[in-house]
Design a protein around this ligand. Structure first.
Ligand SMILES: [Zn+2]
Length: 102
């Protein structure tokens, strides 16, 4: 399955998202039909350089839900507390629909 550096996948079986929105080149979010909170894609720098055959798909996009976060506002998106992906250390806040690096 081919994925682009510029666009995270939005049509994986079981992961079909609507409203895919870009926050930065590395962070997008979208909405799964069955989830109240958004699901994020981030371009995981920890996967850069990993051979394709050792990855789930071609590319470095990693999906993660935010069910443990408080959805303060859906539009513009505001989540609390900050988002932290331990895989690569990407960390920041989403407030007023914007990403702010921590
Ligand atoms: Zn990561």
């Amino acid at each position: 399955m081919s994925t682009s550096r510029h666009t995270p996948p939005s049509d994986w079986p079981g992961m079909e998202m609507t409203g895919m929105t870009r926050l930065t080149d590395d962070v997008y979010f979208g909405w799964l039909a069955k989830e109240a909170n958004p699901t994020f894609w981030h371009w995981c720098k920890a996967l850069e350089g990993v051979p394709p055959e050792r990855k789930v798909h071609d590319g470095c996009w990693v999906a993660a839900g935010t069910s443990a976060h408080t959805l303060v506002s859906r539009d513009p998106l505001h989540l609390e507390p900050s988002l932290l992906w331990k895989c690569c250390g990407l960390h920041g806040w989403v407030r007023e629909g914007k990403w702010t690096s921590a």
